[in-house]
Design a protein around this ligand. Sequence first.
Ligand code: ADP
Ligand code: DP6
Ligand code: CO
Length: 357
Amino acid sequence: MAEAGKVHRATTTAPVNIAVIKYWGKRDTNLNLPANSSLSVTLSQKSLRTLTTATCSESYTGPDSLILNGEEEEIQSSKRTQACLRNLRQLREEVEAKDGSAPKLSKMPLRLVSANNFPTAAGLASSAAGFAALVRAIANLYELPQTPQQLSLIARQGSGSACRSLMGGYVAWRSGTKEDGSDSLAEEVAPVAHWPEMRALILVVSADKKGVPSTAGMQTTVATSSLAPARFKDIVPARMAEIEKAIQDKDFETFARVTMQDSNSFHAICLDSWPPIQYLTDVSRAAMNAVETINRKAGKLIAAYTFDAGPNAVIYYLEPDSRAVAGVFKNHLPRVEGWDNEFGAAIRSNEMGGLDS
Ligand code: ADP
Ligand code: DP6
Ligand code: CO
């Protein structure tokens, strides 16, 4: 018999992931199925992470709730959050059906408290870390036996990019072909240890909330961009194969070229949308130019930029090139107006990492 009024609790952290082959377009908005496969690198939680606590209790009244960064987030009307909670409760019911003495957590209201230690909705993958943490925290609370890959099916419904934050290293989100979405899940392509020299530098150009949220922006692109169909059908599948081989071979030059080409292709279909969507700013373009200069001086590609749906740059490079890449940004860019912001340091250096659960 469960102790009446007991508060059951689980806390977890989740990392952000930054895609090198971008997801931008859905083929099914209800199940949150993508128009193309994508591939990302999971960053270390040492600098960017979401911290989420999930509790439930018989003594709780009212509906499920989420406090995000200290403010109540309206989740009753969020179909996607509701889908995650519904799926997780179903899995808990299976646990309770198998073990009659397991407390009936599935019947109790959930209270979620979450905080990102980096800008929310600014193009630094807060929805990815956020929904990965939400799913992981509740799965821990419910003591679910499912693997990260099985949980990725649930996180995907919260935010597509979140399915890739349940694993460390190099992670592919396979678009899948089934109508019910049961094969649209994340898969580890290589662990962090496969390429331990990989580094990411995050340049916070602006911590402001983006004007066009990702979900809305990609809908506009799918509905109006004449370039997008070619990207979904031919361009991305070819790049997925090329970058996966580059990762297996630890071929940084190919990795860098494909990463930059795909970031540019994604921002091109944004600009090709109507009304046009522009996430990059002059400061973003200054970062692109700086990477080009670094690569020209090196005589080969030693740095790769990529931008999500926002102006903030992520620069991938290898540790032996730290001085030539991160050194240049650290020495020069803080002096450029606009690089410093209320978020604190303009530059955050990351080692790669995975989800510590
Ligand atoms: P981003 O580029 O930061 O991923 P999005 O537009 O994709 O921006 O998503 C931002 C939204 O994700 C937020 O408005 C919020 O609804 C959700 N989100 C962000 N962080 C969390 C979190 N820690 N827990 C739950 N939801 C979150
Ligand atoms: C540019 O995963 O935030 O970061 O599924 O609608 O929540 P929803 O979108 P979201 O989109 C991410 C877009 C991107 C590219 C990527 O992460 O692959
Ligand atoms: Co997002």
